[in-house]
Design a protein around this ligand. Structure first.
Ligand SMILES: [Zn+2]
Length: 78
């Protein structure tokens, strides 16, 4: 009787665990996507009006003008 319950409960708990991990991963992805959208929607180059895109240098991430090298405007990401 106890084993019958365990045989049903253990796989159910495993499935719930897997679903929770998947939900956490999806939430992280969505947050990344909304961060990117927020950046690209609100940030424009003040020099030429072009889009600012996220870049990485050895000093860390920064926003750079997408019209580079025509325009070399950059802005630090805080
Ligand atoms: Zn620019």
């Amino acid at each position: 009787m106890v084993w019958g319950v365990a045989r049903v409960l253990i796989p159910a708990l495993l499935i719930i665990g897997v679903i929770e991990v998947v939900i956490i991963l999806i939430r992280k992805k969505l947050r990344n996507i909304s961060n990117k959208l927020r950046l690209s929607n609100t940030e424009n180059c003040p020099r030429c009006g072009g889009k600012l895109v996220e870049n990485n240098s050895k000093f860390g991430p920064f926003l750079g003008c997408s019209n580079y090298p025509k325009c070399n405007f950059t802005k630090e990401l805080k």
